[in-house]
Design a protein around this ligand. Structure first.
Ligand code: FBP
Length: 348
């Protein structure tokens, strides 16, 4: 018998009731999204038994090879979300342009931006992967949504979350009233409340970065990682490295245990730094969740939630996690000498 009997649908409904002008549209939108995630979770769990491995032979707009599961997830989410009347437009990592709602279906007040299958390069190795989503209120008045509706700052998000397809399947989400986690109870096919009001520790003991890219890091990042490898005055031990290579999995661990996740830009050519992760459907939703859990997310010089997107597939460098750990990174980026002695006082 599950510890709690609160389903994610019930929870979304109650969260929306807290908003005086609630229309039930957001509840309907998130509801439909959980249906799509259950279908994807079922496919992922069957792994090598289901015909989901391998590539489609195509590349997406950001140059990644499209894996079969990427397009299955893309198709599943599109078909779950196109007819509910909650959306006016969608944006996906797998589509170069905005995705209009078919003419035959009603248009709604919201914009959905999503990464249908994050970390897909890990699927065949049975490593945790996920789906990331971000919801904005439309700014255009009515009818089909526009590019302008999609290019909004992270601070304008009204909901964000991810589905984690791992040893269990979870949804972690926020509507700006804290962060909650629900675990899929396979015996009844319902997402049940398992993590109430997630708050990230102020300081962690793990750092998460692809150290294989060290030669391409900028100086502050190199010095910050060197700094984390020294004995920490509080624990007497250096920080430990934890890196899965699946953003959702690395983020989820950081959120629960504390510490810092970094994906800095490739600065091999300092004049042209090349970030990897996408702002609208990877970094901004994770930054909103981190902010709502009492953590922080920065590019090194700017709060991620303040960035104005210019195009659908913009990429940004990101360092996110516990406020103290992120605060020290910012010091390395803004203070050209070395971090201050009294570390405890610094947050981002
Ligand atoms: P997609 O799989 O959605 O393209 O995501 C990119 C990603 O796989 C992230 O999940 C992960 O954090 C990162 O790239 C891993 O990159 P790298 O292999 O360079 O460390």
């Amino acid at each position: 018998m599950p510890k709690s009997m609160i389903t994610v649908q019930r929870h979304i409904l109650e969260q929306e009731r807290a908003h005086p002008h609630a229309t039930g549209e957001l509840t309907g939108l998130l509801w439909d999204l959980t249906i799509a995630a259950k279908v994807i979770s079922h496919q992922v769990n069957r792994g090598g038994l289901a015909d989901i491995f391998g590539e489609t032979g195509e590349s997406n707009v950001t140059g990644d090879l499209v894996r079969r599961l990427d397009s299955i997830a893309q198709d599943t989410i599109y078909r779950a979300m196109d007819h509910g009347g909650h959306l006016c437009v969608m944006v996906s990592e797998e589509n170069p342009d905005i995705i209009p709602i078919p003419a035959k279906f009603p248009k709604g007040p919201y914009v959905l931006l999503y990464d249908p299958l994050d970390g897909s390069s890990n699927i065949e190795a049975n490593v945790s992967i996920g789906t990331i989503f971000s919801v904005h209120r439309r700014i255009s008045s009515s009818g089909d949504g526009t590019l302008g509706d999609c290019l909004q700052r992270g601070s304008e998000q009204i909901a964000a979350g991810y589905f984690l397809y791992g040893s269990s399947t979870m949804i972690v989400y926020t509507t700006g009233q804290g962060v909650y986690g629900f675990t899929l109870e396979p015996s009844i096919g319902e997402f049940i409340l398992s993590h109430e009001r997630i708050v990230i520790p102020r300081k962690g003991k793990y750092y998460s970065i692809n150290e294989g890219n060290v030669a391409a890091w900028d100086e502050p990042t190199r010095r910050y990682i060197e700094y984390l490898k020294q004995k920490d005055t509080a624990t007497g031990r250096p920080y430990s490295l934890r890196y899965i290579g699946s953003l959702v999995a690395d983020f989820h661990r950081t959120l629960l245990y504390g510490g810092v996740f970094l994906y800095p830009a490739d600065c091999s050519n300092p004049q042209k730094p090349k970030p990897k992760l996408r702002l609208l459907y990877e970094v901004a939703p994770m930054a909103f969740i981190m902010d709502q859990a009492g953590g922080a997310a920065t590019t090194g010089t700017q709060n991620v939630l303040d960035i104005q997107p210019n195009s659908l597939h913009d990429r940004v460098p990101v360092v996110m996690g516990s406020t103290q750990d992120v605060g020290i990174y910012r010091k390395f980026c803004t203070d050209s000498n070395r971090p201050p002695a009294n570390l405890a006082s610094h947050t981002c």
